[in-house]
Write a protein that binds this ligand. Structure first.
Ligand SMILES: *Cc1c(COP(=O)(O)O)cnc(C)c1O
Length: 361
């Protein structure tokens, strides 16, 4: 196999080692005479695998014991609805920080369920920078503050999070969980679809603090309550066992690489290769977001005409680079350099960019 340089935004690259390990265990798991996918989710091997994956999360993130790691379904988009369903009670307001199109989707979904408001927004700037969250003022009736830590489509990322004092802070970390160190204890709830930094699509991780579990709405369907997942070790109904298993392999790989700290260093190094190429191109390539707000996961840029952008993507594809078109809503170009994307792939892309400019500049 000539493995490609995978810059897909999601589903995204997985470590080759992990794919090979998963392949080895695909037909027969752990010498048990059958595949993990054929086992009951109430069987010991699945229970053990599920619990070990939860523990790996706690360990990698250094989470204190008041947090629980849940494995749910439905992707981050389902969390957009579950958050207000569980925590937006009558007479309270969910405050949303709008920094990109996914955060706006979360806000819109909340409006279908209860009262949601915009706490800060950079929509008027077309998401070209992050909104100011330095001096936020929260009313008495605030149920929670919701934010998106990394804006996958636009290519911006919060380095600091707002101080919400005793109001729970809820974050969609789908595209940057485990990519950089953060003070996790600032959050009441963190959620992430797995298919960007954690593993294959199909499982959604929710990390929730005990006091939030006690706040889950009573009169909503059982399967929509975070507390149902928490009190059943995420085995209330059949979980996406295979996706959780591959995620476990990704977590073990992350640990072998040196954990979040090493990932962050590598992600900075990887994206600097691309940002430096953009900044040194004399305007041939132009970044889409303010330098201070740039993401160490999704790098976005444009060229001066769309035909050239198309040719860039096409030629790149011919040389083994996948997934470089910008999101259909913004156009331009995007390289998603999640944890599993190698330094070598980013170096190869930077070299290609320089060469493309020489031939077309
Ligand atoms: C990809 C993404 C989503 C959507 O995730 P699904 O699992 O497809 O619902 C939501 N939020 C962010 C930040 C994303 O990157």
């Amino acid at each position: 196999m000539m493995r490609k340089h995978i810059f897909n935004a999601g589903p995204a690259a997985l470590p080759l080692e992990v794919l090979e390990q998963a392949q080895q265990q695909f037909v027969e798991y752990d010498n048990l005479g059958m595949s993990l996918m054929e086992m009951s989710h109430r069987s010991k091997p699945v229970e053990r695998m599920n619990e070990e994956t939860q523990q790996l999360f706690m360990e990698l993130m250094g989470l204190p014991p008041q947090y629980k790691v849940l494995f749910m379904g439905g992707g981050a988009s389902t969390q957009f609805a579950l958050v207000p369903l569980n925590f937006l009670k009558l007479g309270t307001v969910g405050q949303y920080i709008l920094s990109g199109s996914f955060s706006e989707k979360a806000y819109q979904e909340a409006q279908t369920i209860g009262e949601a408001a915009v706490l800060a927004s950079s929509k008027a700037q077309k998401w070209s920078r992050l909104p100011d969250i330095g001096n936020i003022v929260l009313g008495e009736n605030t149920a929670y503050v919701h934010m998106t830590t990394n804006n996958t489509i636009e290519g911006s990322q919060f380095k600091v999070v707002p101080d919400t004092t005793d109001v729970p802070l809820i974050a969609d970390m789908t595209s940057d969980i485990l990519s950089r160190q953060r003070d996790w204890t600032k959050f009441g709830l963190i959620y992430a679809g797995a298919q960007k930094n954690l593993g294959p699509a199909g499982v959604t991780v929710a990390i929730i603090r005990d006091d939030m579990l006690a706040e889950c709405a009573e009169r909503i369907p059982t399967i929509f309550k975070y507390s149902t997942f928490a009190s059943n070790q995420s085995l209330y109904n059949t979980p996406p066992v295979h996706s959780i298993y591959v995620m476990k392999l990704v977590l073990e790989w992350t640990k072998r690489q040196g954990g979040i700290e090493a990932m962050e260093k590598r992600n900075v190094q990887k994206t600097e290769l691309l940002y430096n190429t953009i900044d040194n191109s004399g305007g041939f390539y132009r970044g889409l977001v303010d330098v201070a707000d740039r993401s160490i996961m999704n790098v976005t840029w444009r060229m001066h005409d769309e035909e050239l952008e198309k040719r860039f993507v096409q030629e790149a594809k011919g040389q083994g680079f996948e997934g470089l078109s910008g999101h259909r809503s913004v156009g331009g170009l995007r390289a998603s350099a999640y944890n599993a994307v190698t330094v070598e792939s980013c170096q190869a892309l930077a070299d290609f960019m320089i060469d493309f400019q020489k031939r077309n500049g």
